[in-house]
Design a protein around this ligand. Structure first.
Ligand code: ADP
Length: 640
């Protein structure tokens, strides 16, 4: 029988597919099953108006059978089938499939370069059978026709079509599986357990039953009895047809039908997470783009390799058929902790990571979902603060990074999700901070250190607190960047209590303070010189201190916080970087008065010792390393 040739472009793509080194060959089953399911949809639709179809909804099924000896997998459906003309048209022209259309949209050069990856990324429909088969036979009979059609191909060299007998309408796709090679054990696709697993993975929610013969071991009586008269049992293999897919996905079922608890169980099972999720979102959207989604905010950070947790991102389905396991383009990184599924009939199976970024429907879905996630988090923040704080501990860093990302593009969207530990001894949002500000307060104050405890203990905070003003205690290197990105909140600027003018002093007070510094210039210079640290640029008097003797601040762009941060970087050069320091003294404090007295009394040694001790203490309080701890300890001991 003469072989008919595939169209030129089909031949080329087919060649590539057969010879591609593509690793995800297993998707062939999904593609063949999806076609079968579509064919059943079509016949089922016809049956609504045509009694002659003679099938009830419950009669439709997709059957997978395996013949290990013949090395074949057969996927049969009792759907609409194909006429000879349709078989030739649909199976002989690869250009019909969405993947090729996309390919045509690219330049020839691009297409050449990306050939392999296109095949890798797309659902390529029927032709994917050739990734695992060296021969594919399709026996089909179109509903309403007398005769069946046998289409057969061994790949790129063409195909044959002949008439054949087939009793009922529908299609059998018989795939003759390739011989094993060193790289690929094609024979593994002939294992029932493997096929069952693939159905579960990709086609679990196909609307029609996918039936396979499953063999189980059963205990059955042998017909004989033991000495006590009890029947003797033996193990036998019993094979019976089983529906292996669960058909209706949990997210497709009505909210009234499935409880939140059931969704939680489903989440735990599919994500291998023992912890209850912090929130469950069930969305049924109809509009420009229709979709159903079920999203979860995990109760703990499951994103680590050790836990064996599932991949990042959201699973993408189109009518119950998995099209992407880890769609990380749907949500921005700031919400990448969300897990779950999105199912939209408006998406195409032929979707790749590359075109996803430009997919309009997906963009709309992503934006809607982000609004819902944000609303859910705001609700949690309002109604269940301890839960929100746990969420924040787990995933707050994503939100903070989101605020700083892309030059602040998402700052506005995310700013009300931020919470900080504050001098009110709780985690507070900026809105709460601003709403409870006394009228006299003009700015939002913050202090950063490596821990909240250290930030709280910073002497500079005293005066702010004593005025009844709240302070945000920042304890993460990114926190200051977050505030810098925000610039202000509801018109209130952010003021660093460590380095900036707090704006508390009147002009007169400022002048008096400056005069006091001038008056004491000699002793202040003496203190600086006797400390002898080239990085200590200035010793001055401070009005910020209430009960503490001293504090250390920095001058110039490189701050003490940055210095601390760089202590832990790999580069040795960076680790040595030190901020330019300013030692601020509380002139009224006994320690400072003691230095002044020793200096005035002419006991310069004592004044120098006390100065060095005070300086080391200011470094300790600021949380920066003291250069020589032993020398410091010796100095303190010399006082006894
Ligand atoms: P796509 O499904 O993206 O259109 P395919 O290459 O998978 O591309 O299939 C091409 C066409 O062949 C289908 O659109 C359908 O018309 C026909 N077809 C494939 N499998 C079957 C089947 N089991 N029953 C009826 N028609 C089928």
């Amino acid at each position: 029988m003469a072989k008919k040739q595939f169209k030129a472009e089909s031949k080329r793509l087919l060649d590539l597919m057969i010879n591609s080194i593509y690793t995800n060959k297993e998707i062939f089953l999904r593609e063949i099953i999806s076609n079968a399911s579509d064919a059943i949809d079509k016949l089922c639709y016809i049956s609504l108006t045509d009694d002659k179809v003679g099938l009830d909804r419950a009669d439709y099924r997709i059957r997978i059978t395996v013949d290990k000896d013949a090395r074949t997998i057969t996927v049969s459906d009792n759907g609409i089938g194909m006429s000879q003309e349709e078989a030739e048209k649909n199976l002989g022209v690869i250009a019909k499939s969405g993947s090729f259309k996309f390919k045509n949209d690219m330049s020839a050069e691009e297409a050449e370069k990306d050939d392999i990856s296109i095949i890798g990324q797309f659902g390529v429909g029927f032709y994917s059978a050739f990734m695992v088969s060296d021969k594919v036979t399709v026996i089909t009979k179109k509903y309403g026709e007398e005769k069946g059609v046998k289409w057969e191909s061994t790949g790129a060299d063409g195909y044959t079509v002949t008439e054949c007998d087939k009793y009922k309408p529908g299609t059998d796709v018989i795939m003759h599986i390739k011989e094993d090679t060193e790289e690929e054990i094609y024979g593994s696709f002939l294992e029932i357990w493997k096929l069952k697993a693939l159905v579960k993975k990709y086609s679990d929610y196909v609307r029609w039953p996918i039936v396979m013969d499953i063999t189980r071991q059963e205990q059955q009586p042998t017909g004989e009895e033991d000495a006590d008269g009890k029947p003797i049992m033996h193990t036998v293999n019993v094979t019976s047809p089983e529906t292996v897919n669960s058909m209706v996905p949990i997210w497709q079922r009505a909210k009234t039908e499935v409880t939140d608890e059931e969704c939680v169980e489903w989440y735990k099972e599919t994500n291998r997470d023992q912890t209850d999720p912090a929130a469950v979102l069930r969305i049924n959207a109809e509009g420009v783009v229709s979709y159903k989604a079920m999203l979860f905010i995990p109760g703990k950070d499951i994103d680590n390799a050790i836990s064996g947790a599932t991949k990042k991102g959201v699973k993408l389905y189109c009518n119950g058929v998995l099209i992407m396991e880890d769609c990380d383009k749907l949500l921005h990184d700031y919400f990448e902790f969300a897990r779950g599924v999105v199912d939209s009939p408006d998406l195409s199976l032929n979707i790749s990571r590359e075109i996803l970024q430009h997919n309009r429907q997906l963009k709309v879905i992503g934006q809607n979902l982000e609004k819902k996630i944000k609303a859910e988090l705001e609700k949690m923040m309002r109604d269940d603060r301890p839960k929100y704080e746990t969420f924040w501990k787990n995933f707050g860093i994503h939100i903070k990074c989101g605020v700083c990302d892309e030059y602040g593009r998402y700052t506005d969207f995310l700013k009300d999700l931020l919470i900080f530990y504050t001098s009110e001894e709780s985690m507070r949002s900026l809105k709460e901070y601003v709403d409870t500000m006394p009228e006299s307060q003009k700015a939002i104050y913050y202090a950063s250190a490596d821990t909240v405890k250290h930030a709280m203990a910073l002497p500079q905070c005293e005066e702010v607190r004593s005025r009844g003003y709240e302070i945000l205690y920042l304890d993460h290197p990114i926190d200051e960047t977050v505030l810098m990105q925000l610039r202000n909140y509801e018109g209130k600027g952010f003021v660093n209590v460590l380095t900036e003018d707090l704006g508390f002093q009147t002009e007169e007070e400022k002048k008096a303070a400056e005069e006091k510094v001038v008056e004491n210039k000699e002793v202040l210079d003496f203190i600086r010189d006797s400390i002898g640290d080239e990085k200590l640029k200035q010793v001055t008097l401070s009005s910020k201190l209430v009960s503490s003797a001293c504090c250390l601040t920095s001058t110039g762009g490189f701050t003490l916080e940055m210095e601390k941060y760089f202590r832990n970087v790999p580069s040795e050069e960076m680790r040595k970087l030190r901020a330019d320091r300013v030692l601020e003294l509380n002139a009224e404090h006994p320690a400072c008065l003691a230095i002044k007295k020793a200096y005035d009394d002419g006991d310069k040694d004592k004044a120098a010792t006390l100065s060095k001790i005070l300086y080391a203490q200011s470094e300790l309080i600021a949380g920066v390393e003291i250069e020589d701890p032993t020398a410091y300890a010796d100095l303190v001991c010399s006082l006894f």
